[in-house]
Structure formats: C-alpha cells, structure tokens
Design a protein around this ligand. Structure first.
Ligand code: G3P
Ligand code: MG
Length: 348
C-alpha cells in the first residue's frame, strides 16, 4: 500500500510531478466528499511510504461563489486546508474582462452571490435579472420576485441603460425567466431593453463560464448543466431570428483554462513549495470526458504545453462503465484514490 497508518512524516516535496483535480464527480458529489477523496488528499499531503509531498491544484467548471468561499467549503468537505492560490473555478478567468465592459448582466447562482463575485472581480456596474424584473414586472409573466429578491434587487430605469455584455457565471435557478431576459438582450439594439433589432446582430456578446451539458451530483443520473442552457438558448434564438447565436464559453475543455491552470500551478509550487521549475508531468483527474479528458489531451498535444498533461478518468461521476468515453483518457480508474496511486506508481 502507498499509505499506511505508520508512514513517516513527509520530509520533502517532489518537483517532478503534480496533480490537478476536477471537483464535481471526482472529489465531491451533492455537497459531500466522495469517500476515497479524503484518503487521496492525505497521500498527496505526505502520508505515503515515500515520505514525500506532491503539489496539487483544483480546476472546476463550477462556481457561483467567490474563490475564497469555495475554498472554505472544500476545506470543510475534505478535512484539510484548501487555499485560493490552488483553485480555479469556471468564472475565475472572467476577472480579466472586468475592465473591458461598463454595464453588464450577470446571470445564475444563489441570490446576490454572483453579483458580489463580479463586483469583487472589478466589474464596475453589475445588473441581475432581478433588477430587470423589479423595473418591469411584465418582463417574466410567470416569475415573481421573492421577498428577499425584492429587497436586494436594484431598481433602475433600464430604458436608459445599455447593457454591454452578458455573463452567465453559474447555473441558472430559473431557466424560463433568465432565458427570456437574455433573449431580450441578444435581440435588442445594443443591449437596450425594450428595443428590438431588425437584423439581430447588434445585441451584446454573451459569455458562459463553462459548457458542461451535464454534471454529477447526488442523483443517480447526471443533471443538466450550463451547456444545456446554452444549447436551449441557441435553439430558441435560431427559431425566433433565423440566425445563429454567437457565444463564448470559458472553463474546461478550453485550452486557455489549462494555460491558466499551468500559471496557477507554477505560482503555487513556487510560493508554497519553493520549486521554481515546471513539473515534468501533471496528472489531471476528471470525470467528464468532454471537459476534463478532452481538455487535458488537447492541451497536452498543443504547442502551448511545455510538459506532459496526463489525463485520468474516474468512474465516480459523469462517466459510467459500459459506455465508451467520447475522448480517450490515458488511464481509467475507479476513483480519485486509485488515480493518485496510479500517478505515483508511474513516477517511482
Ligand atoms: O456546475 C459544475 C459542473 O458543471 C462541473 O464541475 O468540478 O466537475 O468541473 P466540475
Ligand atoms: Mg467533474
């Protein structure tokens, strides 16, 4: 066994390799740790027969909270400390767009959380669907604001506001209402609610924090994700305008996300472990072939990748035995503990 209760305390950190973990379906399902995850983390933190610590980061498509808050959740779930310096979520790269736009619409997540995240990223003027409904209750015939939403939504005259971009930060809690509002904007003249474009090509750009069609939670079967909302919006936009909806998605499998992860890992290894060179191999452990395995493989093959990114698929999430994954991992194992053991065995 790689870990035993009597293993000596870690005395060194390996500079040869590192791990990157997807979260939902690998470490967490439905808000609870996948049992093997806790043991896997102990091994990385040095409780292994080699007495060596192995650096690691987390790269999730999920979001809806600040990176700090997500790390507090993860620390509680995994019984160890997780730092924002080793964490990227779907909307983290949106931080870099804060300067580019003035007024933006932020969609998704619980209550006011995503507005707070966007403001924390430096976005100057952030509206929510709640603000728009508060200004005009006829916007969404079947959605009435709750007492809480009434209290926190910011009323303003949207007839005078130009919304310059739409950002879907986290999963929508109200597909019908949110889609109505997004479509109103995409079909508008330059993001001004109440107007309709004649050409349907002058609305604001729309960005999604990821494109996962489904994800693994506590239900036996996968549940619809943000990619499903995007597909739905594309279909309705086409039906209404006869045009293709243009949009951009961040997150995995985008190569940019893996470049971002490379920089984060480099900084983390330097700041925390004092290692100033890139690892030869990064083991990426994921459960979704279309995001995790595709992204890792494509990054590994791209000229932008300077080392080896090795994809490991687990059987605890979106991917299920009996199906053929759409993208072929370099290894398939039962769970995250087996993934960690697999990586270590390749190195010793
Ligand atoms: O909404 C979250 C989900 O789509 C995926 O999260 O951690 O599996 O990338 P994760
Ligand atoms: Mg996952």
């Amino acid at each position: 066994p790689i870990s035993t209760p009597t293993t000596p305390p870690a005395t060194s950190t390996t500079d040869a390799y590192a791990f990157a973990f997807d979260i939902d379906g690998v470490l967490i399902r439905g808000g609870e740790a996948i049992p093997e995850a806790i043991e896997a983390m102990k091994i990385l933190n040095g409780q292994n027969q080699y007495g060596v610590k192995i650096p690691y980061i987390f790269v999730t498509n999920g979001g809806g909270k600040s990176e700090e808050e997500r790390c507090l959740d993860l620390s509680r779930q995994l019984h160890m400390e997780v730092s924002p310096g080793q964490f990227i979520c779907g909307h983290t790269p949106m931080r870099e767009m804060a300067e580019r736009y003035g007024t933006v619409l932020v969609v998704g997540g619980e209550g006011e959380k995503c507005r707070q995240v966007a403001e924390g990223y430096g976005f100057k003027d952030v509206c929510t669907p709640g603000d728009i409904i508060k200004d005009n209750v006829n916007t969404t015939p079947f959605r009435k604001l709750t007492k809480d939403e009434q209290e926190h939504s910011r009323k303003r005259n949207f007839g005078e506001v130009e919304i310059e971009a739409v950002f879907v930060f986290a999963d929508s809690r109200d597909w019908a209402g949110d889609q109505q509002i997004i479509l109103d904007l995409l079909m508008s003249k330059k993001g001004r609610l109440g107007t309709r474009s004649e050409t349907f090509d002058e609305g604001p750009p729309i960005f999604f924090s990821h494109n996962d069609m489904v994800w693994a939670t506590s239900h036996d079967h996968t549940r619809l994700g943000m990619g499903a909302l995007r597909a739905s919006l594309e279909a309705v936009f086409k039906a209404m305008t006869k045009k293709e909806m243009k949009s951009t998605a961040f997150g995995k499998p985008q190569v940019g996300t893996f470049q971002f992860a490379t920089r984060l890992l480099q900084q983390w290894r330097k700041d925390v472990h004092g290692i100033d060179s890139p690892p030869q191999t990064v083991y990426f452990v994921g459960d979704t072939p279309e995001s995790d395995i595709r992204g890792t493989n494509e990054f590994n093959e791209s000229p932008l990748c300077e080392n080896t990114w090795y994809s490991i698929l687990v059987r605890t999430g979106v991917f299920r035995e009996g199906t053929k994954p759409g993208f072929t991992p370099m290894a398939t194992v039962d769970n995250v503990l087996e993934a960690v053991k697999h990586g270590i065995q390749r190195e010793v």
